[in-house]
Ligand binder design. Structure first.
Ligand SMILES: [Zn+2]
Length: 243
C-alpha cells in the first residue's frame, strides 16, 4: 500500500496491483492505450527485471499479455493502428514489439527519461521493452489524435517526466479520462496525497489540477490503471465495455 500512498491507513498491507490497457475504437482507426507487461514476465520475471523482480513480485499469468487479451476481445495486433503510451515503465511498455505496424505516440521527454532514468527509476525501465524499430511520434505537449477532439493525448508529468493521459469523448456516455499512472488511486487526486514513486511532486499536483479541470468541464469519469477497486469501478472486456 505504501507505493500507492505512504500515508494510507493500511500501509504494511500487501496488495495485488492490477494492470490495464485500453482499446478505443474510432471511425478512423483503433487506438491502444498502453501495452501491459512483456509475456516473459509470466515465467521468468527476474530475467527481464533483475532486482526489481524482488521489489514487485509479478503475478502476471499466462494469457494476461496484451496480444492474448486483444484476442479475447476479437482483435489481432494488425487491427491496432495507433498506440499511445502513458509512459515506458515495464508494466505499460512490455507489448510494444508485438505491434510492428502501428504508429506509436509518446512524449519526447518520456523517451529521453526512459533511456537515461534517474537511479531510483532505473530498474522499472527495461530497454528491451522500447528499443524497437517502430514508428515513434515524439510529442511535445497535447495532441488531438484524429483532429476531431474525440481522442486527445495530454501531458500529465509527475510520476515520470513525460507521462501522458488520454481524454476520450464517447458517443453515448460521459467523457472518460484514462489517467494511467498520473495517479494510482482516486484518493491521490481527491486528497492530494502523493504516491511512493514520484519524479516531481509539483508537476504531479499540477497534472492533478488539469485532470480535475477536465472532470469538471466534461463531467468526465476518471479511469485508473492500477485502481484497487476496479471490480466496482471499471468495465472490463470482453464481458463489458463503454460506448
Ligand atoms: Zn509507472
Amino acid at each position: 500500500m505504501s507505493v500507492f500512498d505512504p500515508f494510507h491507513p493500511e500501509v504494511g498491507t500487501k496488495v495485488e496491483i492490477p494492470y490495464f490497457f485500453y482499446l478505443v475504437q474510432h471511425p478512423d482507426g483503433n487506438v491502444l492505450f498502453d501495452t501491459g507487461g512483456h509475456p516473459s514476465l509470466v515465467s521468468d520475471p527476474r530475467a527481464r527485471l533483475g532486482d526489481a523482480a524482488d521489489a514487485f513480485e509479478v503475478t502476471m499469468q499466462e494469457g494476461d499479455d496484451v496480444v492474448s487479451q486483444l484476442a479475447r476481445a476479437g482483435f489481432s495486433p494488425d487491427d491496432v493502428d495507433h498506440i499511445v503510451l502513458s509512459h515506458l515503465h515495464y508494466d505499460h511498455a512490455g507489448g510494444i514489439e508485438f505491434f510492428p505496424h502501428a504508429e506509436f505516440y509518446a512524449q519526447r521527454r518520456e523517451l529521453e527519461f526512459a533511456h537515461w532514468p534517474p537511479v531510483y527509476q532505473r530498474e522499472i525501465y527495461v530497454r528491451a521493452d522500447f528499443d524497437h524499430p517502430v514508428a515513434w511520434n515524439e510529442l511535445d505537449g497535447e495532441f488531438d489524435l484524429f483532429g476531431d477532439g474525440r481522442v486527445v493525448i495530454f501531458p500529465t508529468p509527475g510520476h515520470t517526466a513525460g507521462h501522458q493521459s488520454l481524454l476520450v469523448h464517447l458517443d453515448g456516455e460521459r467523457a472518460m479520462v484514462l489517467v494511467a499512472d498520473a495517479a494510482y488511486l482516486p484518493r491521490n487526486i481527491e486528497l492530494n496525497v502523493l504516491p511512493g514513486i514520484v519524479w516531481s511532486p509539483d508537476a504531479m499536483v499540477a497534472s492533478w489540477e488539469r485532470i480535475r479541470a477536465l472532470k469538471r468541464r466534461y463531467n468526465a469519469q476518471l479511469v485508473f490503471t492500477h485502481d484497487l477497486a476496479w471490480p466496482e469501478t471499471t468495465r472490463v472486456a470482453p464481458e463489458a465495455w463503454y460506448e
